[in-house]
Design a protein around this ligand. Structure first.
Ligand code: SF4
Ligand code: FES
Length: 250
């Protein structure tokens, strides 16, 4: 396949940035999108120029590092896949493909297509954990009965890989889908109920401090999420937050 790539180049957070055009030849349709980017980078390096910076790690849809906005869609045209799971056979010979970084004030560009998503880490650190009593009276987790439906919903929420596609897709740059998945995975389980009120308050407050926008129920995040995190998690988080706010007002 021969393709024309229009790729966002930005030297650093303070650089204005610009689109640059790169023609690539003889791309194998069975290559992944990231492998195609590797081929392009080898070409750029051979020309003595600066390769394109982009994030990646596992390359199998698990880590959430790969983050490209391809032809106006987070993780490209496929559904329920990450950029590293997108293959070149999804495109046609002769196509022009536009590649940009996640765009959100809370995810500043580090370089080219790589953005700083440490805001998610700080939200997670604010409350995305359970404390365990290690005094000797700890109950074995396997001995705590959990209804199957709750366990399934908690597991579904826990599959969020923290990629940030929901934020990049949302017109408000809202992080509600991510935060609600992290809140839900604990709120649904008995182990998470002990700190539930404090958790939701702290995580939502940190989300606001990081500068993410609010949710206006557009639903684009759910469509573009590579693991299918459901909007029902946002509804659950709103209920949890309301209940925590009312109890702190008592
Ligand atoms: S909710 Fe989906 S899109 Fe958002 S960070 Fe988690 S996996 Fe990525
Ligand atoms: S590189 Fe890990 S999910 Fe894509």
């Amino acid at each position: 396949m021969n393709l024309t790539l229009k790729i966002w180049r930005q030297n650093g957070p303070d650089d204005k940035g610009r689109m640059e055009i790169y023609p690539v030849q003889d791309i194998n349709p069975d290559m992944s999108f990231l492998e195609m980017m590797d081929v392009l980078n080898e070409q750029i390096i051979a020309e003595g120029k600066d390769p394109i910076a982009f994030d990646h790690d596992c390359r199998e849809g698990i880590c959430g590092m790969c983050s490209m906005f391809i032809n106006g869609e987070a993780h490209g045209p496929g559904r329920r896949i990450t950029t590293c799971q997108l293959h070149m056979r999804s495109f046609n010979d002769g196509d022009t493909i536009v590649v940009e970084p996640w765009r959100a004030a809370a995810f500043p560009v580090i370089k080219d297509l790589a953005t700083d998503r440490s805001a998610f880490d700080r939200i997670q650190q604010a409350g995305g954990y359970v404390s365990v009593n290690t005094s000797g009276n700890t109950i074995d987790a396997n001995a705590i009965p959990v209804p199957k439906t709750d366990a399934d919903r908690a597991f579904d929420a826990a599959t969020c890989i923290g990629c940030g596609a929901c934020v990049a897709t949302c017109k408000n740059s809202s992080a509600m889908l991510f935060v609600s998945a992290k809140v839900s995975q604990y709120a649904l389980l008995p182990q998470g109920k002990v700190e539930a009120k404090e958790r939701v308050r702290k995580m939502v407050n940190q989300m606001d401090l990081e500068g993410f926008g609010n949710c206006t129920n557009t639903g684009a995040c759910e469509v573009e999420c590579p693991v299918g995190i459901s909007l029902e998690n946002i509804a659950r988080m709103n209920r949890e937050y309301l209940s925590a706010s009312l109890s702190s007002a008592e």
